[in-house]
Design a protein around this ligand. Structure first.
Ligand code: KG4
Ligand code: ZN
Length: 332
């Protein structure tokens, strides 16, 4: 059994996962309420929140797994060591090192994005490779080809904003709350997508994305048509984002013979994107892996799963490991 710890952004999370990738316990505490007023995560506040929350969250994860929180019978510890906010990463990493030292256990630093890639495996243990995954969150947007667990190749990624970041920025422009993704998604379901003419960016043959032009287009279009309903703006924006994401994913499916297609990251909660990926899976006669909401967003079970794999492969870290706020998935 592996204890996973995740503190890369505003969620303080701990989880216990067993050798068969069963989630025994998973606790997530978010400091998002402290950030709402600022329209985005304030790194200093997130770091401070992790300091007070990490101990109790780890305790709860161990107790809920039926383990003694003072001397748990586990085999290792996995912790996100990048990418993310440096002040937040350091809290989880320091805690993981302290527990590893106190309990005499191996620990491993895990890449947060690799963690997201392990999420579908936790809910569908019989999952077959190769797999194409669209990983879309507030910080990242990429298409990844996975030939097996821990074996991944980034086929394309955003050249500017992440998809979730675009949602959050457009929501802010429209006067909606933070995070903007869920609010726009809900509103979009009551609007008409053709109401605003918005460009679908990056229509070339490569698999990269771009969302900053779309955000500017929404600003311009709403300035020009002041009377357009909010729901119609949301629906038009959502369609433009999903069309770009799904078009590129379709191109990747055409170029690679895979057994399944998966969604990962916070934006994977999006209703239109989920429907689009299900359709894509039907078109190519492959399995669609759509993790539940709890597995899409940041959690420690996915970190424990990646750690289970890495520790199993003999990749334990030394206590000298430092956090890397810019750790790229392609460097793993
Ligand atoms: O993966 P995540 O929880 O955190 C990281 O960025 O690592 O993703 C959060 C992002 C936010 O930008 C949020 O607006 C977006 O996911 N999001 C959504 C939806 N739910 C969350 N975006 C579009 N539609 C949604 N339903
Ligand atoms: Zn994430």
């Amino acid at each position: 059994m592996v204890l996973g710890i995740e503190t890369s952004c505003d969620e303080t999370a701990a989880a216990v996962v067993d050798a068969d990738f069963h989630v025994i316990s998973s606790i997530v505490e978010s400091s998002i309420d402290q950030h709402r007023a600022f329209g985005g995560v304030v790194p200093e506040l997130a770091g401070r929140a992790h300091v007070t929350t990490i101990g109790p969250v780890v305790n709860r994860a161990l107790v809920e797994a039926g383990l003694d929180p003072h001397d748990p019978e586990i085999d290792g510890i996995a912790v996100t060591s990048g990418p993310g906010l440096i002040g937040s990463l350091l809290v989880g990493l320091s805690a993981a090192k302290a527990y590893a030292l106190a309990w005499g256990l191996p620990f491993v630093g895990v890449n947060h994005l690799e963690g997201h890639l392990f999420a579908p495996l936790l809910e569908q243990p019989g999952l077959e490779w190769p797999l194409l995954t669209l990983l879309v969150s507030g910080g990242h947007s990429m298409i990844v080809l996975q030939s097996g667990p821990g074996q991944h190749e980034v086929l394309g990624e955003t050249i500017d904003d992440a998809a979730g970041e675009a949602y959050d920025k457009v929501a802010r422009w429209l006067g909606l709350g933070y995070p903007g993704g869920p609010e726009i998604d809900l509103l979009a379901q009551q609007g008409t997508a053709g109401s605003l003419k918005l460009p679908v960016s990056m229509t070339g043959p490569d698999l990269d994305f771009s969302f900053s032009g779309l955000k500017t287009a929404v600003v311009r279009a709403t300035q020009r048509h002041g009377d357009v309903a909010l729901a119609d703006v949301a629906a038009s924006f959502q369609r433009a984002v999903c069309e770009q994401l799904l078009r590129k994913l379709r191109s990747a499916m055409e170029a690679h013979d895979v057994k399944g297609v998966a969604l990962a990251g916070g934006v994977a909660a999006n209703s239109a994107l989920r429907a689009g990926v299900e359709q894509l899976a039907r078109d190519f006669a492959v399995v669609a892996h759509l993790p539940t909401l709890e597995m899409c967003t940041d959690n420690a079970a996915m970190i424990a799963a990646a750690g289970l794999y890495r520790l199993g492969a003999g990749a334990a870290s030394s206590l000298g490991l430092s956090a890397d706020p810019n750790w790229q998935l392609s460097e793993v």
